[in-house]
Design a binder for this molecule. Structure first.
Ligand SMILES: *[C@@H]1O[C@H](CO)[C@@H](O)[C@H](O)[C@H]1NC(C)=O
Ligand SMILES: *[C@@H]1O[C@H](CO)[C@@H](O)[C@H](O)[C@H]1NC(C)=O
Ligand SMILES: *[C@@H]1O[C@H](CO)[C@@H](O)[C@H](O)[C@H]1NC(C)=O
Ligand SMILES: *[C@@H]1O[C@H](CO)[C@@H](O)[C@H](O)[C@H]1NC(C)=O
Ligand SMILES: *[C@@H]1O[C@H](CO)[C@@H](O)[C@H](O)[C@H]1NC(C)=O
Ligand SMILES: *[C@@H]1O[C@H](CO)[C@@H](O)[C@H](O)[C@H]1NC(C)=O
Ligand SMILES: *[C@@H]1O[C@H](CO)[C@@H](O)[C@H](O)[C@H]1NC(C)=O
Ligand SMILES: *[C@@H]1O[C@H](CO)[C@@H](O)[C@H](O)[C@H]1NC(C)=O
Length: 575
């Protein structure tokens, strides 16, 4: 049945085969000063530039042999031996964050988020002429995930040893080797990551087949490639079977591969199993799989959960996807109301401050604990889900309140905050200038990340940084990975939000309203998991005391020298 469907689908609807050709000359991010020029209209030029920059960030994160159309001139071919320890080719893919590890679990979430977002607001990519770059960005990740899944029941979940990688700070030419490849398999399973990768293959298969949800949602017309879509779907089906039926049973992947614990341990696999079943049900129009997803949702007790949406915790997205399917007119479900109730219970607690989150003084949605590192991520993921869901809300009042709340969070991230910082590198003169990225920094002294070199060597255009602390304070310090690190998943929700604004917003992103110089680096130091110097005067670290002592003596030396200069040079000249 499936084979027949495939043959019919590819002969009837096959359109583009292969990757879209990229614009020539290429679209290059403009200087940050461009982000001060007011613009207007649809597609809005500033939203279009922002969307392009957000995609460009992923190009800077590429691993492997770079293609001739690479736009990031300061990047080099790298990690060309990946996979050689297991005799397969695992080159390519993306470096996860400011370091050089390749992590399958957060990568799969990132690309799921982007494909799902493009299925809904994809016309924004078309309108901003970014669809070819989206295609190239997605394939760089998906083609690597295909390599990482060489057999039905084998999936590579990490390349490089986290403890070695964490001790390296330098460029892409001297990345430490060996870089071991870690796998899950039939006897050593990882239900979360197998299901998570199944979900990304289904979600992107939907995008490449133009299987959207109708109504206000529009996929990018130019992206359709049914051949590629079918390849992705085959991997999705195989991985779903692996996740459900591995002979080693169902397990968290760190029980099979303890090495992932220090980077991306998973807290549960029930959310990924449900998401994988649901995306696959939509991709294959399968009532059986849809019912399985519903059964998972109730038997795993996923209803009423109140936490963040992120790479580890996908539950809040499930009711939204169920609702999208149920309102699409599909025969899988004709009753959106119970999913609307489910989604709105979650969203109402967010917009009415009734859940576990609080708002900072400056208005950032903040989940104590989850938001203590990379504070913008939970807020932007909430804004992204709210924006997607708003058109389906049960009343126009809710639609408006969800859109307003999402706008408020996005405005905050784009500069409407007490620091006046748009937290996207290279978008405006007030953007962060010290993202925690070994490759962009140009430095190789891990003991002096902040000042070696003084000025970060390369501008990592389009990178969303971690974000401010719970007092809205942002220090823009390169060593403070809590606030300034960049990562694949930090950018993801902003792409979907920017795509929606390209297609539906004549106003500029907030940052064009900022004056150059509006950001003033705050006094003192951060107090977080990376840096303790700002944690209070009676808790000064040894390093801080030494730094102060050095400071005082430097000031002393400077004063003495100035005095000497004055008496010896200035006075002499005047006389
Ligand atoms: C900003 O830069 C982009 C890309 O170079 C350009 O197309 C756009 O017109 C510029 N926007 C403004 C408002 O100047
Ligand atoms: C997209 O490309 C077309 C054709 O080259 C051009 O007219 C249009 O201005 C571009 N739009 C944007 C937002 O760059
Ligand atoms: C990772 O590196 C650490 C530190 O060198 C080493 O002790 C450990 O055995 C390595 N783990 C693997 C799986 O290679
Ligand atoms: C790429 O190589 C060039 C030339 O050796 C070097 O200057 C540059 O810093 C390298 N890029 C990175 C990210 O290390
Ligand atoms: C299966 O995966 C485990 C955990 O990574 C590994 O130790 C084992 O060698 C793998 N089995 C095979 C046959 O490769
Ligand atoms: C798991 O195995 C059972 C028993 O063989 C089979 O009925 C079921 O379809 C399998 N599930 C998946 C998702 O392949
Ligand atoms: C999905 O399957 C149903 C039968 O179960 C069929 O009526 C419907 O046309 C199918 N939808 C699509 C989009 O193929
Ligand atoms: C775009 O805006 C219009 C009017 O405000 C609204 O009806 C529509 O639902 C919005 N579209 C999306 C995709 O949010």
């Amino acid at each position: 049945m499936h084979g027949l469907f495939t043959v019919l689908a590819s002969s009837l609807f096959s359109t583009v085969v292969g990757q879209l050709s990229l614009p020539n000359p290429p679209v290059i991010p403009p200087a940050a000063s461009n982000g001060t020029i007011p613009s207007s209209g649809t597609p809005n030029p500033q939203w279009s530039t922002l969307l392009g920059n957000l995609i460009y960030f992923y190009e800077a994160q590429r691993s492997g042999r770079l293609p001739s159309d690479n736009r990031v001139g300061w990047r080099n071919d790298s990690a060309l031996q990946d996979g050689s320890d297991v005799n397969i080719d695992l080159t390519g893919g993306y470096y996860d964050a400011g370091d050089y590890i390749k992590s399958t679990f957060p990568l799969s979430f990132t690309i799921t988020s982007i494909c799902w977002g493009a299925t809904d607001f994809g016309k924004g990519y078309d309108d901003s002429n970014q669809t070819a770059y989206l295609d190239s960005m997605l394939r760089w990740g998906l083609d690597w995930l295909i390599k990482a899944h060489p057999l039905d029941n084998t999936l590579y979940v990490q390349v490089a040893n986290g403890s070695v990688d964490n001790n390296y700070w330098g460029g892409d030419e001297d990345i430490p080797t060996p870089r071991p490849s870690f796998q899950i398999n039939d006897t050593s399973p990882g239900t979360d990551v197998a299901a998570g990768v199944s979900a990304v293959f289904s979600a992107c298969s939907n995008l490449y087949a133009n299987r959207g949800f109708g109504g206000v949602y529009q996929s990018p017309a130019a992206l359709t490639d049914t051949t590629y879509s079918e390849i992705l779907l085959n991997h999705a089906q195989s991985l779903f079977t692996f996740a459900v039926n591995a002979s080693g049973g169902q397990a968290l992947y760190q029980t099979s591969v303890p090495s992932v614990t220090e980077s991306y341990a998973s807290s549960s696999y029930q959310d990924e199993l449900t998401l994988a079943a649901l995306f696959l049900a939509w991709a294959t129009n399968s009532t059986t799989l849809y019912q399985q997803a519903e059964n998972y949702y109730s038997s795993f007790g996923l209803s009423g959960q109140d936490g963040v949406f992120n790479w580890d915790s996908k539950t809040p997205g499930l009711a939204v996807l169920f609702a999208q399917i149920a309102q699409s007119g599909s025969s899988l479900d004709s009753n959106p109301s119970r999913w609307q109730e489910e989604a709105e219970r979650y969203f109402d607690r967010i917009v009415n401050n009734g859940g576990p989150a609080v708002e900072t003084k400056g208005g950032l949605l903040y989940y104590p604990g989850d938001s203590d590192e990379a504070s913008l991520n939970p807020a932007l993921n909430a804004a992204m889900l709210l924006t997607r869901y708003a058109p389906m809300a049960s009343s126009s009042g809710k639609t408006a309140s969800y859109m307003n709340y999402a706008q408020k969070q996005l405005d905050y991230a784009l500069g409407k905050n007490p620091m006046s910082v748009p937290y996207v590198v290279g978008s405006n003169p007030n953007s962060p200038s010290n993202p925690h990225s070994a490759m962009a920094s140009g430095g190789d002294d891990i003991t002096n990340i902040d000042n070696s070199p003084e000025v970060e060597a390369y501008v990592l255009y389009g990178a969303v940084v971690g974000g401010p602390d719970e007092k809205d304070t942002f220090h823009d310090m390169r060593s403070d990975w809590v606030q300034t690190e960049i990562a694949l998943d930090y950018n993801a929700p902003m792409l979907t939000l920017a795509a929606m604004h390209v297609l539906n917003d004549t106003n500029d992103p907030y940052f064009t309203a900022l004056q150059a110089g509006a950001y003033v680096r705050p006094q003192g130091a951060p107090c977080d998991a990376a840096i303790k110097d700002g944690c209070g005067s009676n808790r000064l670290s040894k390093g801080a005391i030494i730094a102060i002592a050095v400071c005082i003596s430097v000031v002393g030396v400077v004063l003495v020298s100035l005095a000497a200069y004055y008496f010896l040079v200035v006075k002499k000249k005047r006389s």
